[in-house]
Design a protein around this ligand. Sequence first.
Ligand SMILES: Cc1ncc(COP(=O)(O)O)c(C=O)c1O
Length: 384
Amino acid sequence: MSGNNYSMESLVVHGATPFDPVTGAISMPIYQSSAFRHPGLGESTGFDYSRVVNPTRSELEKTLALLEHGKYGLAFASGMGAISAIIKLYKPGDHLIVSEDLYGGTYRLFNDYYKPYGYSFSWIDTSDFGLIEKNLRPETKALFIETPSNPMMKVTDIRRCADLIHKQGGQLIVDNTFLSPWFQNPLDLGADMALHSGTKYLAGHNDTLSGFIVHSDDKTEETLRNIQKSEGATLAPFDSWLMLRGIKTLGLRMEKHEQNAAEIAQWLRGHEKVEKVFYTGFTDHPQYGLSRSQTRGNGGMISFYLKDAGAVPALLRNLKLVLFAESLGGVESLMTFPLAQTHQAIPEAMRLSAGVNDRLMRLSVGIENAKDIIADIDAALKES
Ligand SMILES: Cc1ncc(COP(=O)(O)O)c(C=O)c1O
């Protein structure tokens, strides 16, 4: 569907290639083959070995590029596989500014496995633009942000970050997992790379791991492709097909996630056992205007502080419809306790400074009936 001005509703359904040109199959075939026969010496069908290129994965990569408005898409075995490839674009001595309020696994990868080799990182609240300016150094090569942030739902100004880092020849990398391309396109706002844990909204069914990078730079593409094939953390053909199938309903799902989240956030705000709710759809969210200016929606993620940390175990035990689990973005509503799950790799002082304490809950709102989700959380809170 490239080259046409189809809307996102149509693009998610049809992807880059609406049917298999050889057989006419409407569902992209799963090319479950590790190797491809060469017609002759020095000749290739364009497919030689599946770690390097696979037709099902290629279709998915092209589809992601279309949805994120980039020239190139790369698919990895997980979001962390994609982040591992990105960090290899930099070298010892380089400095990166990173959102302090982000997925704990990203922190662990950078801090535990790259810092010892001479990379340096400033972990800061990137929703505070002045703080980014203050931390910028001549050797700062990239800003790596999550917006909205995970789990505190802070919003970082993508346009201003892009302008700032471009002045010194660096790159802006945006982890766009929380909103998906349905609600936010970082490349349109000046970012150099959009990154996804495709495991979340893009897959949408809590059944597949995957990761993506979308960008438009020819030189970076050459390097990233080499990293991808050298490391081998590429997405398998069957998982690529599951992703293609999940993406077909991205629009419908995102709209329902958002509609449910708006209702649930408002209800949570009035609950006697809840101290504070973090949700970008509230008109009194500190960056509401900024959020409206760079997104097309608020997504399905909500975080909240309980008044009493002692209520956490009973709440998690008594949920029935909402599942206590460590992920987000699927059709099933999931409740996460970031302190013990997604953010446990982050040192206590940094975690607390970001706001991740022993009363913080994160809710990935699914596409069930909103009233049922509310009744389930309400009943579990009563037991807590
Ligand atoms: C915002 C964000 N980015 C990246 C990742 C890593 O993705 P994956 O679990 O697919 O490796 C996660 C995982 O939870 C995440 O929430």
